[in-house]
Design a protein around this ligand. Sequence first.
Ligand code: DP6
Length: 369
Amino acid sequence: MSLSLLSPLINELPLPHRLLDESMEFAWQSPSNIALVKYWGKKNEQRPLTPSLSMTLNRAFTRTRLKVLPGENGQGLVSVNGDPAHPFLLKMNQLLHWMAVEIPVLRNITLTATTENSFPHSTGIASSASGISAFTLCLLDVAVKLLGAEIAGEKFMQMASFAARAGSGSACRSMYGGFTVWGESPLEAGSSDEFAITVQEFIHPEMLKLKDAILVISADPKSMSSTRGHQTMEGHPFFSNRILQANHNLEEVLNALSANDFEKLCAVAECEALTLHALIMSANPGTLLMKPATVEVIHRVREARKSGLPLFFTLDAGANVHVIYPGDVATAVEEFIGADLKPLCEGGRVIYDNCGSGPARINVNRPVA
Ligand code: DP6
């Protein structure tokens, strides 16, 4: 994969080794995101088959603290939360090695990571977007520091989005607050298959106040990884129409978000969620990820909307449901969720979140928790 966007770091020479004689720490907090236009299917080099659009979350985030150990022995990431066999270690090291191919200064280092999610474990909520984006931001901080490079602001976030994509596609969309688009589209100047861009300036201020109640229908690990699911789009019978549909839906969602047209947003976002599951069910092999309670929630959300409550549902590649609603009707919608949807959730678990402002660097002199 070409790392062209990282080129400002490629030809830089490392600073004198003095820096590696002492341990250094970097920490970031990075949010999860929920796609309203779904990324499903990828082509070579982790590029999406279709453009996608997501809302950045606020309370569902990962905090990661990376410690660069002194000495130049190049062992990579040796432990996560003190565990040398942590389940995320392999994925995180793959990303480190990918970045180190083009940023040689990352080849020589040995690291430990401490990481924690704001949302409880075993909720079935995917942590890869927030986890991979937080780790990438820390790694980029390491590279910039070791090279003494002067890269900050928008350029830094664009590089981070570019690199995070290699770890997990949806992670590249977590680099900005509000709403982001990943994938080349004639609708968005500057959009790219290689990194996400913010579309915040086109969004109506009311839409930036949207809320998201995450209904935990099942805390079980997903029966199919997203990475495996993306592969099943190869040769899928609906493949070519899906590309047309996603591009059309992106236009519809962008129009709805800029015009504060909540009704239109409901229609397109629900269509996207159900299309995602239709694609998953009709793939070879096909998988049914919805549980009976997922379907019951969908019916109840639609009934509530018919009786005048503004809300819609969306789904990831799993059984859990995200219920999205405007901030100014939060009291009424949350009352409905508490009475009618919460009893359908595993352990009655609902995580209340809202549209957020993106990643933040953490002062390493403060404790992570
Ligand atoms: C259904 O980003 O988890 O959530 O790139 O293989 O890591 P990889 O996949 P991932 O796929 C997310 C798929 C989705 C839809 C979306 O977030 O757009």
